[in-house]
Design a protein around this ligand. Structure first.
Ligand code: NAD
Length: 262
């Protein structure tokens, strides 16, 4: 399948680890040049160096917090200056803490909105005018299966990410005439470092092994296993590619069948 991604320029946010990192690798494997960011400069530089070693693409990397609007816009400006175009933007960030509603603070609600919705608005403001100029673009948000099936204890994530779908739908309608597609990817349990650490901590608290804890998680997933970050990245590559040119405003769940609705 020709993805048509060679020489395209993709921003991939929060991409030093996990799903974002896998998305950056997968886009580079298709020949796209990259602008990547994350908070930790060491991990980010390491990821950029690995991608440069493995693929014949250019990688621009800048450490930043995606909830800092001014930094996000400056990063997009710098990426545009470096490459002369921005074709694809994959938004991503860490998730808000898991806790029951009664234990959440107003500060955590503010932070969740800043991290998981406002940051997407920052990226969208920065990249959509550039995509519009070239009459080609792909904006892809990474959220969670929680946008279709709220997860108990994830009230912050469930609430804020629902707003992302409203944004995705609105932008898909508004920017469709400019040949820009806007879609959302909703991962289910995905075996990233974060989930592995979480599994280890939760397993320890229950007196079982991390493997047993993961097996328990997998019992409720029709495919009976967690996703790999690469499997989520494949959906992102497809949405970014020429092969998904008539798909917009959609949420693609990569959840092994976890969401049981129609
Ligand atoms: P991860 O912790 O493995 O990686 C997160 C990446 O984001 C890292 O590179 C980190 O440096 C970067 N990051 C975090 N906060 C940032 C910020 N404020 N600014 C800049 N960079 C930041 O996480 P992951 O498992 O890949 O998850 C990515 C997203 O997908 C999260 O929003 C998570 O809630 C969501 N998600 C994950 C799963 C899963 O099972 N892994 C399931 C559903 C949804």
């Amino acid at each position: 399948m020709d993805t048509g991604l060679k020489d395209r320029v993709a921003i991939v946010a929060a991409s030093s680890k996990g799903i974002g990192r896998a998305a950056a690798f997968a886009l580079a494997a298709e020949g796209a040049n990259l602008a990547i960011c994350a908070r930790d400069p060491g991990a980010l530089d390491e990821t950029a160096a690995q991608i440069r070693r493995q693929f014949q693409v250019e990688v621009f990397a800048e450490p930043l917090d995606v909830s800092d609007d001014a930094r996000v816009r400056a990063f997009a400006d710098a990426a545009h200056h470096r490459f002369g175009r921005i074709d694809i933007c994959v938004t991503n960030a860490g998730g808000p803490p898991a806790k029951p509603f009664a234990e959440t603070t107003m500060e955590e609600w503010d932070r969740a909105w800043q991290l998981n919705l406002r940051s997407i608005v920052s990226f969208a403001h920065a990249v959509l005018p550039r995509m519009r100029e070239r009459r080609w673009g792909r904006l892809i948000t990474i959220t969670s299966v929680a946008v279709k099936q709220p997860v108990p204890e994830l009230v912050l994530s469930n609430s804020v990410r629902a707003g992302v779908l409203g944004l995705v739908r609105s932008l898909a309608t508004q920017y469709g005439p400019d040949n820009i597609t806007v879609n959302n990817v909703g991962p289910g349990y995905t075996a990233t470092e974060r989930i592995r650490n979480l599994a280890e901590a939760s397993a320890k608290a229950r007196g079982i092994t991390a493997a047993e804890y993961e097996a328990n998680l997998a019992k409720d997933i029709p495919l009976r296993r967690l996703a790999s970050p690469e499997e989520v990245a494949d959906a992102i590559v497809w949405l970014a590619s020429e092969r998904a040119s008539y798909i917009t405003g959609q949420t693609i769940l990569v959840d092994g069948g976890t969401y049981r609705g129609l």
